[in-house]
Design a binder for this molecule. Structure first.
Ligand code: BES
Ligand code: MN
Ligand code: ZN
Length: 502
């Protein structure tokens, strides 16, 4: 797909389609009005007859308007003018794009980016338009014997900005939007891949593909033998029931001076989580292929920042592992000695993510990180607390938490902070080991983060629980969302000090 920005008037466009908004009730946007005038009142006539009310998401495709150079005009209902918010903006862009793609327009000039969206600037509108376009055209059909090939797919789209002065902003928004969207696609592709193909070694192969593309990116692996030497017994225990070897990938993005302390991202990479001996119920168990969503998000963000060549040092860790029941599997009651030396009593083998992450979090101490953010589909409790709209954010370092929430707000990739008070730590007490891997009934997301916090004392740390946001469950819409790639990428763009506002 090709994107560009322009600042032009609608009647001068010679394109397969021009996309313009109509507000509710039957009120033309300034651009629609211009077209109306040139076409001798064609649009206002239609609207007066009741063809389009202007409700958000309504679409009306017109052909060959008098005196208009473009072949088609797509009228898009935008709802009430004063209520146009970011969510509605993304919805109308997504719907316009699928309409264009399905009705044979291979190119279009879109004026929706000129609409006023509450609290958002031109940069945001263009970047979201790019991301939303590519998001809504995504399909995962690599494993279908017949591909769903579109006869005349949308190939080229021009977003219009209100003034020529905003063209450089728009161009930057396209560049950064394309990088985020490419990262989102990498994330989705690897997350949607079935678990008989996407195992920990496959994850590592994807990391290597990234390193092959860029001079400044390098990849290392820590395999099971090396983990044993390092004392990563907790990580190893989780993978012991699987015939697929555990492997931890380390991706170095060397964009800053050598002396600069890196940002470290650690992704939970359970390529399948059956629960192990504490096996999960059968319903929707297939979706536990997405339990590597954290690692997929880290890989996606590393792809995005490599494309942008961000001038900072970032290390991405993919903690690849598979949790299976087996004669050799770890069991409830086992006591594991983690790489940190702390001992853990396993009360449930399905609370495996924290057991993998704790050793990865100890491992990254060697990089003397500036900050560490782990990303994990860690708890079903997070879905109970926040549903599918926001990722859970937990942190022991307020400035870092605020930085992440800012990035979340800027990128419209929602996150919501939950407390990490010491009171909750008591729920992890064990009579036999230093603590257990289970926090009991209440506050499952918080006690899971409490567990991790015991391994992150040497640096500033935050944890993102993406259990509810990494994929869409059930039905025919099932699939990876590519989250939290936009949030992570924005966080790193901000760290690199690259401008995104006007
Ligand atoms: N990967 C799951 C969490 C999960 C479940 C994410 C469903 C998304 C959807 C994690 O490994 C897990 O099984 N967590 C348990 C923890 C419990 C045993 C303390 C859970 O959430 O039930
Ligand atoms: Mn589990
Ligand atoms: Zn899991």
């Amino acid at each position: 797909m090709e994107f560009s920005v322009k600042s032009g008037s609608p009647e001068k466009q010679r394109s397969a389609c021009i996309v313009v908004g109509v507000f509710e009730p039957r009120r033309l946007t300034p651009v629609a009005e211009q077209l109306d005038e040139i076409s001798g009142g064609y649009i206002s006539n239609l609207i007066r007859r009741g063809d389009l009310e202007g409700k958000a998401g309504q679409m009306l495709l017109l052909h060959h308007l008098p005196n208009i150079l473009s072949e088609r005009v797509l009228l898009v209902g935008c709802g009430k003018e004063r209520e146009l918010d970011e969510r509605q903006f993304k919805q109308i862009v997504a719907k316009s794009i699928s309409t264009l793609n399905e009705t044979g327009s291979m190119e279009a000039v879109c004026f929706l980016t000129e609409l006023h969206v509450k609290g958002r600037d031109t940069y945001w509108k263009v970047r979201q338009a790019v991301e939303t376009t590519l998001d809504s055209l995504y399909v995962f059909d690599q494993l279908k014997s017949k591909k769903s090939d579109q006869r005349r797919p949308l190939r080229k789209i021009v977003f219009n900005v209100p003034t020529r002065r905003e063209l450089p902003t728009g161009e930057r928004a396209i560049e950064q939007g394309l990088a985020v969207a490419a990262g989102v696609k990498v994330c989705k592709d690897v997350a949607n891949m079935p678990p008989n193909i996407c195992n920990p070694v496959y994850l590592h192969e994807q990391a290597k593909l990234l390193a092959e593309q860029y001079e400044h990116v390098e990849v290392e692996a820590v395999n099971e033998a090396q983990m044993a030497e390092l004392g990563m017994n907790s990580y190893l225990a989780v993978g012991r029931g699987s015939v697929n070897e555990s492997i931890m990938s380390i991706i170095h993005h060397r964009g800053g001076p050598q002396s600069q302390a890196p940002v470290v991202l650690v992704g939970k990479g359970l390529t399948f989580d059956s629960g192990g001996i504490s096996i999960k119920p059968g319903e929707a168990m297939d979706e536990m292929k997405y339990d590597m969503g954290g690692a997929a998000g880290v890989l996606g963000a590393m792809n995005a920042i490599a494309a942008l060549k961000l001038p900072i040092n970032v290390i991405g860790i993919l903690a690849g592992c598979e949790n299976m029941p087996d004669a050799n599997a770890y069991r409830p009651g086992d006591i594991l000695t983690t790489m940190s030396g702390q001992t853990v009593e396993v009360l449930n083998t399905d609370a495996e993510g924290r057991l993998v992450l704790c050793d990865a979090l100890t491992y990254v101490e060697r990089f003397n990180p500036d900050v560490v953010i782990d990303v994990a589909t860690l708890t079903g409790a997070c879905i109970v607390a926040l549903g599918k709209h926001a990722s859970g954010l937990l942190s022991t370092h307020n400035p870092l938490a605020h930085e992440i929430l800012n990035a979340s707000e800027q990128s419209s990739d929602k996150a919501w902070r939950l407390p990490l008070w010491d009171e909750y730590q008591e729920q992890l007490e064990s009579p036999f080991a230093d603590f257990s891997n289970l926090g009991g009934r209440g506050a499952g997301t918080i006690t899971a983060a409490c567990f991790l916090s015991r391994f992150t004392k040497k640096y500033n740390w935050a944890h993102l629980d993406v259990a509810g946001t990494a994929w869409i469950s059930g039905g025919k819409n099932k699939g990876s969302t590519g989250r939290p790639v936009p949030l992570l990428t924005q966080f790193l763009i901000n760290r690199a000090g690259i401008a995104t506002e006007e």
